[in-house]
Design a protein around this ligand. Structure first.
Ligand SMILES: Cc1cc2nc3c(=O)[nH]c(=O)nc-3n(C[C@H](O)[C@H](O)[C@H](O)COP(=O)(O)OP(=O)(O)OC[C@H]3O[C@@H](n4cnc5c(N)ncnc54)[C@H](O)[C@@H]3O)c2cc1C
Length: 295
């Protein structure tokens, strides 16, 4: 298999610690396959299937909690192309590997707004599409007109129209075997100054309420309908509660922090414990927003 990789423009990095490439700074080792050309993906996946090798897709690693041990799958990641975004009228054609924040500001400079709330959401556009990332009343799905996706189940690249995809609160109709390749976003025209003002407001809200600069995966739990998971955790006095070096943030109770050398087992135990306490107190069963890659 290794011999075919350069021909496919795939770069192999062996034994990569996923703690190094995730925002939580937790995760065991595996091989990382960096893909330089979308068209090579079907052949690459065929090679992996032929060798009985399981795979997962990595974006920017900002919403992942990865098991500690040697991992039983390889990880595929798209390389960033040049340019990452091309604008045509009100449409932005964006590669899935593009940085989400840079995409928002690139579009802003061309008087295309709407995505101000997404500023400060770390990671790639591919990851944002998969998760339907959102904040401050905006979600990326609202602007999606088309997504080019590799469907590993069917081994083919397809273009889906926006109305063929459902985007819900941190949930989409994409399957686990779909790899986002690129997206066509349709954005409203707005003066640059107005967009920048919105961006500054959102940045300030984030700075004043989130533990930025600490290792986290953003919100651990989805909010239950009509309620705030963070507020409920806070009401139970769980800010600062910890298991090993995994800790509920003092700043935002739905952010769980790796305060040193936390391992996945610590973080999973903290998640399970907080979930149990919330269930006992409020009768709600919190669903993970963080994506867990088990070993
Ligand atoms: C400080 C902080 C603040 C955050 N704030 C927010 C917020 O306000 N709102 C919000 O929604 N999220 C927030 N998050 C969570 C996270 O940034 C988002 O979910 C983000 O969109 C994930 O993108 P990513 O590229 O990092 O994806 P990853 O974490 O790499 O992956 C997440 C999931 O998407 C899949 N995936 C990634 N790329 C692809 C691809 N190309 N094709 C198919 N599947 C793919 C992965 O397999 C995985 O299942 C925050 C995280 C942090 C650390």
């Amino acid at each position: 298999m290794l011999a075919a990789l350069p021909e496919l423009a795939v770069e192999l990095e062996q034994g990569v610690s996923l703690a190094r490439v995730t925002c939580l700074g937790i995760g065991g080792r595996t091989d990382l396959l960096r893909i330089g050309r979308h068209a090579a993906i079907p052949d690459l996946v065929n090679l992996l299937h032929g060798g009985g090798i399981a795979h997962k897709f990595l974006g920017g690693g900002s919403n992942l909690l990865v098991a500690d041990e040697e991992l039983p799958f390889v990880v595929m990641q798209l390389c960033k192309p040049e340019p990452e975004v091309a604008v045509e009228g009100n449409t932005a054609n964006v590669d899935a590997a593009a940085d989400l924040g840079r995409t928002v500001t690139f579009c802003a400079k061309r008087n295309l707004g709407g995505m101000e709330g997404l500023i400060g959401v770390p990671g790639t556009v591919g990851g944002a599409l998969r998760m339907n990332a959102g904040a401050y009343g905006t979600q990326i799905g609202s602007y999606v007109r088309e997504v080019r996706v590799y469907r590993a189940g069917e081994r083919k690249i397809e273009t889906l129209k926006g109305d063929q995809i459902s985007f819900e609160y941190r949930h989409t109709s994409f399957g686990p075997n779909d790899m986002m390749l690129s997206v066509k976003l349709e954005l409203p025209t707005k003066p640059y100054e107005e967009i920048i003002k919105g961006i500054r407001i959102c940045n300030e809200k984030r700075r004043s309420s989130q533990p930025l600069g600490q290792k986290s995966a953003g919100c651990i739990f989805k909010n239950p309908p009509g309620a705030s998971a963070g507020r409920m955790i806070d009401e139970l006095g769980l800010k600062g509660f910890s298991v090993g070096e995994a800790r509920v943030s003092d700043r935002h109770a739905n952010f769980f922090i790796n305060s040193g050398q936390a391992c996945a087992a610590d973080m999973l135990a903290l998640i399970a414990n907080v979930r149990e306490q919330l269930h006992a107190a409020y009768g709600v069963n919190l669903e993970n927003e963080v994506v867990v890659w088990n070993g």
